[in-house]
Design a protein around this ligand. Structure first.
Ligand code: GDP
Ligand code: MG
Length: 180
């Protein structure tokens, strides 16, 4: 039969400098550039997964500029409304960035709208083991406690890890759409 085209809105969140743009550009182009600047943008990228055409709209956000709140977990209602699936990124060498992800998980889980939108937590910069400040175990436990997916990756080193994150999120989004 004719396969339906599926769209998924993915929001990347996390503190500054954790690699959100690196991850996005890796997924879009398979490349790592090194410097990305501070551009907030929504990118569209279509791909075939399991023979099905899937179009990701990827919102590479800037960290909350505290327009309304001093809470580092603050996510706008517009973002919550738009998003089908979240990727929350921290750097394994930046403890503060892990704390931001913790707050953002809480924020999403407490938001009333779209409670079922899946979340994947990503510990990025796995290549910088010598500067590690957050253990894999902590990341895994946070994900477990809030029913999120979890991966440690290096956007700098490989395309594969980034691809796995998006495919896993897509699977979770698909499951969340199955009528119960
Ligand atoms: P953003 O502010 O979250 O969008 O972070 P960027 O994507 O701009 O990345 C911030 C800095 O971290 C840049 O200098 C990147 O080159 C670097 N970076 C991103 N991902 C990795 C990674 O996996 N490993 C290493 N070593 N550096 C990375
Ligand atoms: Mg960026």
């Amino acid at each position: 039969g004719r396969e339906q085209k599926v769209e998924a809105n993915v929001l990347l969140l996390g503190a500054e400098n954790v690699g959100k743009s690196a991850l996005t550009v890796r997924f879009l182009t398979r490349r790592f550039i090194g410097e990305y600047g501070d551009i907030e943008s929504i990118y569209s990228h279509c791909d075939k997964i399991d023979g099905r055409e899937i179009c990701f709209n990827i919102w590479d956000s800037l960290c909350p500029q505290n327009t309304k709140s001093n809470d580092p977990g603050y996510i706008t209602d517009q973002q919550l409304e738009w998003t089908d699936g979240f990727i929350l990124v921290y750097s394994i060498c930046d403890r503060a960035s892990f704390n931001v992800v913790q707050k953002q998980v809480q924020w999403i889980r407490q938001a009333k709208a779209k409670i079922s939108a899946p979340i994947i937590i990503v510990g990025n910069k796995r290549d910088l083991q010598h500067r590690r400040a957050v253990s894999s175990e902590e990341g895994r436990l946070l994900a477990l406690s809030a029913d999120c997916g979890f991966f440690e990756i290096s956007a700098a080193e490989t395309y594969h890890g980034v691809l796995v994150v998006f495919h896993e999120l897509f699977d979770l989004i698909r499951e969340s759409r199955v009528p119960k």
